[in-house]
Design a protein around this ligand. Sequence first.
Ligand code: SF4
Length: 253
Amino acid sequence: MTKKQQIDIKINGRPCTCTKGEFLLEVAKRNGFYIPTLCHHPGIAEQGCCRVCLAEVAENGRSKIVVSCVYPVERPCEAYTDSERVKEDRSVVLMLLAMRAPESTEIKALCKQYGAMDHSRFKPIDGEKCIMCGLCARACASLGAGAISTVLRGTSKKISTPYDEPSETCVGCLSCTKVCPTNAIAYTEDKDKRSIWGRGFTLISCPECGEPIGTREEMELAALRSGEEVQELCPKCRKKKMSDVLAHTYGIE
Ligand code: SF4
């Protein structure tokens, strides 16, 4: 197996080592540097949509602004996560996001943090919380449901199910809501009923401990993807059952 090439770079003046091709955001995070992010989520492919994670990269006497979550480090360079240029550009990005999603408390907090408070140049979209980063749709696609996507154009652009109809492929797992950086996706839950994207689901409980374990549809999808049977018990009771079986097999009291 060929060993990946190691590269020496500097971040904010401090020497750091990374693997050739590693994204700058990951290198910075691993070395303890803070870069704000919205559409970044571990385990979901990067797309660099929100552009909040800007950084400045200097090499061969030139410097440029890059989107750090999708910028692969290919050669030695100096990177800056909080230079004046970064702060200025990040502030413009935040102002645009604040106009796109004026109801988002997360965006308001970032605007305050980076002094992006002059929104007079742009017209806000009333009542909106979604920044259109698409992380929810990528999460949904990655679990194999593919129930939501970007629809319409311009200021009407939004994330929805096809034709805004309840989607047959949605399994009610709430993964989309959990990854959303601005809590823009609405759902309701009442006892064993859950409703999201216009569709209702019944929550199944573990027959051993009574804890809700999800919707029947999401358990069936998980079983289909893993090639195993639909799990009826919650992970905790499954683990306990497994150790009981092992204890019984090996005669352990
Ligand atoms: S709740 Fe529906 S739309 Fe949201 S991630 Fe799960 S399957 Fe996709």
